[in-house]
Design a protein around this ligand. Structure first.
Ligand code: SAM
Length: 164
């Protein structure tokens, strides 16, 4: 079950520390068919509906070259999430796990990521398939899927030596 704001049996909430330091910039907004968390898929699917990512100015120039990738990684801010649970019960059955052992949207910094299929880019609008977020979710970043990405410089002998 998808949570709204309840605390379930065995779950542990904390009072988050004061002060937040990451000055995140919303670079766009994601348009999906889902307006209700209960209806939203838990993970995106390759055969899910096509969704629209609207990139704001002045970031549209940063899309140059992204169209060469068939799959891209989308990072977004799950803005309707609570942020104070350290143990959670996704199944609401009394069994709990630590937040960092889950892909739940409830986390101290509610960043969601999905690998999506890129269908088209026109100006600042991307059409993609494979998302799982609510309509209007703020966009944080876009990157080529790491499995398709060839680093600019090939690895050199010694790159991975630790010196230990
Ligand atoms: N694929 C991402 C990941 O693994 O990082 C997100 C997975 S999370 C389980 C997806 C769920 O987050 C959706 O089913 C929905 O219940 C919830 N959700 C989607 N958009 C949200 C938003 N803007 N704010 C809060 N919760 C959201």
């Amino acid at each position: 079950m998808v949570r709204l704001n309840e605390i379930r049996t065995g779950e542990v909430a904390i009072t988050p520390p004061e002060g937040r330091d990451a000055g995140l910039t919303y670079i766009g907004r994601i348009r999906t068919p889902w307006t209700d968390r209960l209806a939203c898929p838990r993970q995106g699917r390759a055969d899910g509906p096509s969704c629209r990512i609207e990139v704001f100015e002045p970031w549209i120039a940063a899309l140059d070259g992204l169209g060469e990738f068939a799959r891209i990684e989308v990072l977004y801010w799950l803005d309707a999430s609570r942020r104070d649970l350290v143990r959670q019960s996704p199944a609401n059955d009394g069994t709990t796990r630590g937040t960092f052992a889950l892909r739940s949207p409830v986390r101290p910094n509610p960043i969601g990521t999905s690998i999506v299929t890129l269908i088209a880019i026109e100006g600042g609008i991307l059409t993609v398939r494979g998302l799982d977020c609510l309509d209007g979710t703020p966009l944080l970043d876009l990157k080529p899927d790491r499995s398709l990405f060839t680093p600019i410089a090939p690895p050199q002998l010694g790159d991975y030596e630790t010196g230990a």
